[in-house]
Design a protein around this ligand. Structure first.
Ligand SMILES: O=C(O)CCC(=O)C(=O)O
Ligand SMILES: [Fe+2]
Length: 283
């Protein structure tokens, strides 16, 4: 992962906003910044951050990829009913795009997922950037397993619910992943998208394009620790059985502020099921 912290001075910010308001497309503003000596990566992040914040301040929608997974929240409902199942909306944030839901899964569904996955857990692996394969990694000390999409009636029911909740085709989802963290286990902050700079990324993208969103569902409530953290914005989501945190990223870029991690579990175990959403049909 590359992390860039450009110093966006007020002068630079005003200049970028003035260019955009004068009608110059972002590509031209970027070219001008490159010509005046800015490294491309830094210029892109400065542009994205400045324009996103500017649009948000003016209450305008943020242009991104055409179509993103997104719950129907335009009239700020307190609950969303999906297939007769009532889900509560607990928190919504614009940047990063994060929504916390209550009661995505019933306690019985959480217990059943744990029971179905327990015997299949192995030490979690992470993607090897160079090859697109996977390997054991000290940043991720959980154990995990993947269900294939639609593997059993429970997975089918949950996948249908998630597709309706996030307005995203079921076919574009990866199979559910279940993770168990024991005391001391954690998942250090990372992005879920595949970094385009890595040579293994094209192999991964051939199976359905980029990841564009993540839903982490909590299958139990750890006694202490184990929250899902978003270090860019100092947010921590409490892991409560049945609840879930959704976040989306319209580009594979840190300016989405979707850096996140599973904080170390201090007491008890933590179980989650993660659903990753791809741009296109995942196969
Ligand atoms: O365990 C968590 O809270 C986060 C899990 C996560 O980041 C992932 O599965 O990609
Ligand atoms: Fe993640």
């Amino acid at each position: 992962m590359t992390t860039i912290s450009p110093s966006i001075t007020p002068e630079l910010r005003n200049w970028i906003v003035a260019q955009a308001e004068a009608g110059f497309p972002p590509e031209e503003v970027l070219a001008a910044m490159r010509n005046s000596g800015w490294p491309e990566e830094v210029a892109i992040e400065a542009l994205e951050v400045t324009l996103t914040e500017h649009l948000q301040a003016k209450g305008k929608p943020i242009p991104g990829r055409q179509g993103m997974p997104e719950p129907s929240l335009s009239d700020s409902p307190s609950t969303i009913v999906v297939d007769g199942h009532e889900i509560r909306v607990l928190m919504s944030m614009a940047l990063p795009r994060v929504v916390v839901f209550g009661g995505v899964l019933t306690h019985a569904e959480c217990d059943e997922l744990v029971a179905l996955s327990r015997q299949r857990l192995t030490r979690s692996e992470t993607v090897v950037n160079e090859t697109g394969g996977s390997e054991v990694n000290t940043a991720r000390t959980s154990e995990g397993m993947f269900f294939t999409r639609g593997e059993n009636p429970l997975c089918q029911r949950i996948e249908r619910r998630i597709a309706a909740l996030l307005n995203w085709p079921m076919q574009n989802g990866e199979g559910l992943q279940v993770l168990r963290y024991r005391p001391g286990a954690e998942y250090k902050p990372h992005h879920d998208y595949f970094d385009p700079v890595h040579s293994g990324t094209p192999t991964i993208l051939s199976r359905g394009g980029q990841r564009v969103g993540t839903l982490v569902m909590y299958l139990n409530t750890p006694e202490k620790g184990g929250g899902t953290t978003f270090p860019d914005v100092g947010v921590e989501v409490a892991p409560i059985k049945g609840n879930a945190v959704f976040f989306s990223y319209h580009a594979p870029h840190p300016s989405t502020k979707t850096l996140h991690g599973g904080a170390p579990v201090i007491a008890g175990e933590k179980w989650v099921a993660t659903k990753w959403l791809r741009e296109r049909e995942f196969h």
